[in-house]
Design a protein around this ligand. Structure first.
Ligand code: BGC
Length: 709
């Protein structure tokens, strides 16, 4: 008999339910080990999993109680939200998406995994794979943005980075693909609201990243809090059982979201906690995060015939399997046992953070070469984010500490010598009394670097905004500074794109820094001074108006396409259709021209892979990196297809005046879509291959190819 069969045969119902129970320790970094009766409950086998406990001493102590003092000695599984770094805070996920760099995505995940390993953690609740098209929703910051294909690439890279080749190897961290699924489509962008998307959007937009995660071997999946098409995801049998477990063959652990089992009562699908627990078990949710519904109410559910022992055993088996795969039975104390500096390849974690921060900032505008700053310029650093420290990390700080973050003031002062400084206003609030002094400071400078944006808690969970603009009195500050008619470089910090159309024509340059992580100051100094050219690209379309939400490039055609001269065409009467900046936009200190688009096979078959090549020339004056995007358009199909869909990207670094060739592979199978019957289909016919440096359709190179079946 396998270890797991042997254990299952010995376990009492109470011990089984303990393995399905995850409680919060409440002390992520320091403080008492566990509240209340938790040590006793670990001893009695009532708690098999913990979240929010880090630090090898703490972890080993609770692990010791589980392994040495509980009847069966089953080790605990410790989970933590390692969203963008553990001790070293990397840029927030939306910023990382802007790197368009799978190697860098995997690298930061690997470093986080190693740090988490050192801290005794075995499981992270990441990556979040909710394709996010509504910038009102605060959790857009945790996503890879609006595009399903991009989210798939990020899923694969992150899972590879976290989990390594095998969960039992040193430094590996089990990953959780969350929140399954379509949480990001909450009604009107309002957190925790219900979701109602079409079957087609479900299959073509929201599910593909989870499919990629399962293919990458993700250890766990977390259903969303939300109610999808009338059924809360925590009990959504068609999606959890038939699709995830059945069609995709996912045999890992499903962990409920925080208290989601108890919240089934609020959703009105369970009359009591016994019913709620039974419904979740029957949908295949293995671990109940913090609601205690499994622990306290499954015995009653069994007695009432709402659930069977076999269904409970199947969940227990999957949890034990994960513990086994993580090597917890064989070496329960190994996480945190020894310093593992060498594990991530002896690399300096701060350097990884600095590199990621530099790569993730997106230069939105740069008029007349305003950036990079020239060495002789006298600089005033103004704005409430200039000296912000904790905010640089963004939401979900992991086990990082605010004091480790380097402010823009510090980073820039060290790079250019002294800079004058005034905050002017705070991030939020109505106090304008500091504006006059800030204007005076600005008056004495040649160039003003204006640091504006959101505070970290303004995005993330429970941070939907109906007004995703500059909060507080920051616009007043900005307008007072801009009125000086000097060179004003705006650095924006936020967990989402902000609707600030008034800013772009007035500022000399705007650099979107998102929340760049602990190395904010040095990384921004590198970019502002031109030590490094910006290379980040928008993973989301940048809104002109809040009313454009949800906003994404991959629109379906309209029977009445936009025509400014025809009233009865698809448009707003008070705002443009177009975003202020398209998906993929991002300037560099170079300038690039694309030419000579070539496709390897103009007529191809279903098993072919096309090679799409294009010549890239740096026509500018500085060395820089260009990102080239490959989009396709199915011209005529059995169902209407989006005007463009991302299918690939590639990056190339070029010296001024030099050219290079970029090749992007396009497997014919990637042209598959969901037909009228919502089954995947590859249809013969003509496709447009489109190459561009963003999703702006008017600036693409086009080639037509034909698929013959
Ligand atoms: C969030 C999850 C997170 C969990 C545990 C919930 O509120 O929705 O994303 O993993 O808390 O912290």
């Amino acid at each position: 008999m396998s270890r797991i069969d042997t254990l299952l045969a010995k376990m009492t119902l109470r011990e089984k339910l303990g393995q399905l129970n995850m409680v919060a320790s409440g002390y992520a970094v320091t403080g008492p080990l566990l509240g209340g009766d938790s040590p006793d409950a670990i001893r009695s086998g009532d708690i098999g999993n913990l979240l929010n406990m880090v630090g090898p001493d703490h972890v080993n102590e609770v692990q010791r109680i589980a392994v040495e003092e509980s009847r069966l000695g089953i080790p605990l599984l410790l989970g933590f939200d390692i969203i963008h770094g553990h001790k070293t805070a990397f840029p927030v996920p939306l910023a990382e998406a802007a790197m368009f760099d799978p190697v860098a995505w995997a690298r930061t995940a690997r470093v986080a995994a190693v740090e988490a390993w050192n801290d005794g953690v075995a499981l992270t609740f990441a990556p979040m794979l909710d394709v996010s098209r509504d910038f009102r929703w605060g959790r857009i910051v945790e996503s890879a943005g609006e595009d399903p294909w991009l989210n798939q690439q990020m899923a694969t890279a992150k899972i590879k980075g976290f989990q390594g080749s095998d969960l039992s190897t040193v430094g590996s961290l089990a990953a959780t693909a969350k929140h399954f699924c379509a949480y990001s489509a909450v009604l009107a962008g309002r957190e925790y609201a219900s979701v109602d998307v079409s079957e087609r959007a479900l299959h073509e937009v929201y599910l593909p990243p989870f499919e990629a995660a399962v293919q990458a071997g993700v250890a766990a999946v977390m259903p969303a809090f939300t109610c999808f098409d009338g059924i809360p995801m925590t009990v959504h049998e068609p999606l959890l059982k038939d699709y995830l477990r059945g069609k995709l063959g996912f045999d890992g652990v499903i962990i409920s979201d925080y208290n989601a089992v108890a919240e089934l009562l609020n959703h009105g699908v369970a009359a009591d906690l016994a019913e709620a627990a039974a419904l979740a078990i029957r949908a295949g949710v293995d671990i109940d995060m913090v609601s205690n519904a499994y622990r306290n109410h499954l015995p009653e559910a069994l007695a009432r015939g709402l659930v069977t022992m076999d269904e409970i055993d199947a969940c227990v088996r999957r949890v034990l399997m994960l513990k086994e795969r993580l090597g917890l039975f064989d070496a329960p104390y190994r996480r945190g046992a020894a310093p593992l500096a060498a594990l991530a390849g002896n690399i300096d974690h701060h350097e990884v953070a600095r590199d990621a921060a530099r790569k993730s900032c997106v230069l939105l505008t740069n008029y007349n070469g305003a950036l990079p700053l020239a060495p002789h310029e006298r600089i005033a650093l103004i704005g409430p984010l200039a000296e912000a420290q904790a905010d640089m990390r963004g939401p979900w700080g992991g086990a990082s500490v605010a004091e480790d973050s380097i402010t823009v003031l510090k980073g820039l002062s060290e790079a250019v010598g002294s800079v004058s400084h005034a905050a002017g206003v705070s991030i939020d609030g109505n106090d304008t009394s500091g504006i006059a002094a800030a204007v005076e400071v600005a008056r004495g400078a040649d160039t003003i670097v204006l640091c504006l944006g959101e505070s970290a808690p303004m995005s993330g969970e429970a941070a939907s905004r109906a007004h995703p603009e500059l909060p507080g009195k920051q616009r007043e500050l900005a307008e007072a500074i801009l009125a000086l008619n000097k060179k004003v470089i705006v650095v924006l910090f936020a967990g989402r794109p902000l609707a600030v159309p008034w800013l772009f024509p007035k500022a000399s340059a705007v650099l979107m820094a998102w929340f760049p992580g602990e190395q904010a100051g040095p990384a921004l100094a590198d970019l502002l001074t031109g030590k490094v050219s910006p290379s980040g690209r928008l993973p989301v379309s940048w809104p002109n108006a809040v009313g454009q939400a949800p906003l994404f490039y991959s629109q379906y055609p309209s029977g009445r396409p936009f025509n400014p001269n025809d009233h009865y065409t698809s448009k707003y009467i008070d705002a443009p259709n177009a975003p202020d900046f398209p998906f993929g936009h991002g300037l560099t200190y170079g300038e690039f021209a694309l030419s000579k688009l070539a496709v390897s096979k103009p007529v191809f078959g279903p098993t072919d892979t096309l090679e799409v090549t294009v010549t890239v020339t740096n026509t500018g004056k500085a060395k820089a990196e260009e990102t080239v995007f490959l989009f396709t358009h199915d011209l005529v199909a059995s169902v209407s297809r989006p005007l463009i869909e991302l299918k690939g990207f590639s990056r190339i670094t070029l010296d001024p005046g030099s050219s290079g060739t970029v090749t992007i592979a396009l497997p014919a199978q990637d042209l598959t879509f969901h037909g009228k019957d919502l089954k995947p289909v590859l249809e013969a016919g003509d496709f447009e291959i489109k190459i561009g440096s963003s999703a702006r359709r008017s600036q693409m190179l086009n080639a037509k190819v034909t698929l013959k079946l």
